[in-house]
Design a binder for this molecule. Structure first.
Ligand code: MN9
Ligand code: PYR
Length: 290
């Protein structure tokens, strides 16, 4: 019997940018070419849409739905996993997005904790998950943005949220991450989300990586994961150090040639000189291995 298809978010997952027109409207026409670029040029077959990198907190519900639908439809049959982030401050909004994600054929949903009123229990997560009970549910831990340090979330979570299938851990505290790994179950995804120290996350037990930089260094990070699995620490470290030099959202437009447009306020574009210098660095680092 053929092995069951992987139904978790694993491997290298790109957290996609939201393409905007120069006027700042969502630009769905870029999504098809974006998916092809990730598959063909970056060897990345799973995406995490409408997350931090996708600036979901700066988008309206209608925009988030239109984007999620387009990503899901255009990735169908091409990509392994499309995870839709549905976190909002308002429970009703999150439930609406969760329900919509199920209708459009998403492979899973993820939720960043509400952060204005900070939760002390997993009840918010339970209520969002119950709006889409058939979809794998991931908790997205992002303490630097939310101020919520809630790994209480994992205690007996499957009793509370039967569809719970893992955590996307975007914190730097590796002791905390190690505790999450130790509480995880074999069928969960425990993916690490600080691209700059993915190697450390792998050493602590991550079974995947989700991040913004995998849009443009995904193929190298795939090599990092393979080197780690083969015990080649020197190679893995060398790739990790490369990646540290390339932390710039704007790099994606330059590297891919896709027109992703400006970010949406309150974010602003970085100065042209700086963007140019990082792009030059990218080219000089990677020209030999391309
Ligand atoms: C706050 C944020 O956007 N975190 C992303 C994922 O969780 C990361 O992929 C970072 O963008 C990346 O590590 C660069 O700092
Ligand atoms: C990096 C990530 O996972 C996000 O942008 O949400």
């Amino acid at each position: 019997m053929a092995p069951a298809a992987e139904t978790r978010m694993t491997g290298v997952v790109a957290a996609t940018f939201t393409p905007l027109t120069p006027e700042g409207e969502i630009n769905l026409s870029v999504i098809g070419p974006y998916i092809d670029y990730l598959i063909e040029k970056q060897n990345v077959k799973s995406i995490f849409v409408n997350g931090t990198t996708g600036e979901s907190v700066s988008l309206s519900l209608a925009e988030r739905k239109a984007l999620a639908e387009d990503w899901c439809h255009k990735a169908k049959g091409k990509m392994d996993q499309v995870i839709v982030h549905v976190g909002c401050m308002c429970l009703r909004d999150s439930q609406e997005l969760a329900c919509h994600a199920a209708q459009i054929g998403a492979d899973g949903i993820a939720v960043i904790s509400p952060s204005f009123f900070k939760p002390s229990t997993a009840a918010f997560l339970r209520e969002v998950a119950s709006a889409a009970p058939t979809l794998p549910f991931y908790y997205y831990h992002l303490p630097a943005m939310t101020g919520v340090n809630g790994n209480y979330v994992l205690n007996d979570i499957e009793e509370l949220v039967p569809s719970f299938r893992g955590i996307k851990f975007s914190g730097c505290d590796l002791m905390d991450f190690g505790q999450c790994v130790s509480k995880s179950r074999p069928h969960w995804a425990v993916v690490y989300g600080v691209d700059e120290q993915l190697l450390a996350g792998l050493a602590m037990g991550a079974n995947g990586a989700v991040g913004s930089t995998y849009n443009y260094v995904g193929s190298y990070m795939n090599k990092l994961m393979t080197a780690f699995e083969n015990g080649d620490q020197l190679q893995a470290r060398a790739i990790q150090v490369f990646s540290l030099l390339l932390l710039l959202f704007q790099l994606m437009s330059d590297v891919s040639g896709l027109s992703l447009g400006p970010p949406r306020l309150p974010l602003v574009q970085c100065p042209q000189d700086y963007a140019k210098s990082i792009f030059q660095k990218y080219n000089s680092l990677f020209q030999d291995s391309r």
